[in-house]
Design a protein around this ligand. Sequence first.
Ligand SMILES: NC(=O)c1ccc[n+]([C@@H]2O[C@H](COP(=O)([O-])OP(=O)(O)OC[C@H]3O[C@@H](n4cnc5c(N)ncnc54)[C@H](O)[C@@H]3O)[C@@H](O)[C@H]2O)c1
Length: 443
Amino acid sequence: MVGIRRRFRYPPRPLPLAKSTKSSRRAASGRAAARSRPDERLGIWIFGAYGGLATTLVVGTRALARGLRPPQALVTESDAVRGIALQPLGGIVFGGHEIRTGDFASQAAEIHERTGSLPPDLLRPLAKDLAAASRNVRPGVMPNAGVAIRELAPKGERRERLRAQVERVQRDLQSFARRNGLDRVVCVNLTSTEPPLRPKPAHRSLAALDRAIDGDDVRAVRPSTIYAYAAASLGLPLVHFTPSNATLLPAIRELFAQSGAPYMGCDGKTGETLVKSALAPMFRYRDLRVLTWQGYNILGDRDGRVLANRTNKSAKVATKDGLLASILGYPLHTHVGIDYVPSLHDLKTAWDFVHFEGFLGFKMSLQFTWQGCDAILAAPLVLDLVRFADLAARRGESGPMPHLACYFKQPLDSREHDLHRQWRLLLDYLDRVRSSAPRRRGR
Ligand SMILES: NC(=O)c1ccc[n+]([C@@H]2O[C@H](COP(=O)([O-])OP(=O)(O)OC[C@H]3O[C@@H](n4cnc5c(N)ncnc54)[C@H](O)[C@@H]3O)[C@@H](O)[C@H]2O)c1
C-alpha cells in the first residue's frame, strides 16, 4: 500500500512541508506569514458537501468574495490576524464528496425555505458560482456508516472494496486539484455524525489499518476513516469538525505524521458548548462551586434526525459533556439532553440550568437560553479553520494544531477547555507567526 501513497504525489506544486522536527519548523517559519499571493488558488474539499453547514459555507464564502455581505463573525478577517497573509477568499474553490444527490443551489433554496438564512437576493448573483462548485462534487463512500446515515442515501449502493474506495477518494482529490489549477487543497469533514467506532487492534498502527483495508474488514472503519486516510496519504491538511471518533484514529495520525500535514478536531464549538466554556471559568474565578449543570438541546434538520439515533447521539453527548469537570477541576452533576424537534429545522435552542453554591453555602442558580442558527454559527468557523490550516501547512507545520483549540468541543491532544485560555493560545500563535515573518522594507 505504500506504493499507492508514493504514486499519488501531491499537491502538483509541492508545499514546503516537512516532518515535525524543531529544525524544519524553524526553517519553514521564515518564509511563512507573507507567502500567500492574491492570485493563489486554494481548494476546500468538503466531505459531506451538500449538508446544511457545507452549503452555508460555500454560499457564505462566495458572497463575501463578491462583496455581497461584510465579513462578520470571522476571526480571519478581524484585527487578530493583522499582518498575516492568509488565503484570500476570492481564490477559494470548493468541491467535495456527498452521498445524496442534489446541488448547492437547490440545497441553499431548501435551507432558506426552512430557516430564512440564505435569501434569494444573496443566492441569485451566486448562481454560476454554485453551479461551478456543484460540478466538483463526487459520490461519497459509506462503509459501515450505520443505519441513520445509510437511510440518507438512495438505495442500491454498489459494493466496492475498501481499498478501491480509498483509491477513488484519492483520485477525486487529485483530479479536483488538476482540473481547477489549484495551488493547495485543505480537506474538511462535515459529514453526519457517525456512530462511535469501538477501538480495535486494526486502529493501533498504520500497518494494521492497511491490512484491515486490504482484507476488506468493513467493521474496522467508518466512512470518515476512508476520507481521513485519503487526505493524510496525499499530505493534505484535514479539519475534522464532527464528533465522529473513527476519523483521527492512531493509525491515521501515523499516516499524517509520515506525510507531514497538519490536522485538527474534534467537533466544532459553535453554540451552547461555546457559552459553557466561556461561563464556567467565571465560577472558578469567583470560587463559586457548581453543583449541577443541566443542558437540554432541541434541534431539527437532517443533523437532528441523525442525532435522534441513540448510537449517533452518544458520540455528540460525549464531546458536549466532557469539558465542565476539566474547567472547574472537580466532578459535578451534569447532563446533556438532545432531542429532535423537526419544526425547528436548523434554529437550535438550548436551555441550561446551573445550580451553584456561594458564601455560607447558600445555593443559587443561573439559567440561559441560547437560540442560534447552527449553520450560520458554524460556517465562519470552518472558513477560519481552513485558512489557519492552510497557513500552518505553508509554514511547514505538521501534526495537531493546539492553537486552534478554541474552535473545538474536544480539542485534540489538549486538556484546555477554558475559552479565555484557548483564545490566548491562538493570539500567542499569531504573534509567533508575525514575529517569524520576514520584515518588509519601508515598513
Ligand atoms: N453548528 C453546527 O452546525 C455544527 C457544530 C459542530 C459540529 N457539527 C457537525 O458537522 C456535521 C455537519 O452538520 P450539518 O448540520 O451540516 O449536518 P447535515 O446533516 O445537514 O450535513 C451532513 C451531510 O453529510 C452527508 N453525508 C453523510 N455521510 C456521508 C458520507 N459518508 N460521505 C459523504 N457525505 C455524507 C449528508 O448527506 C449531509 O449532506 C455534523 O456531524 C454535525 O454534528 C455541526
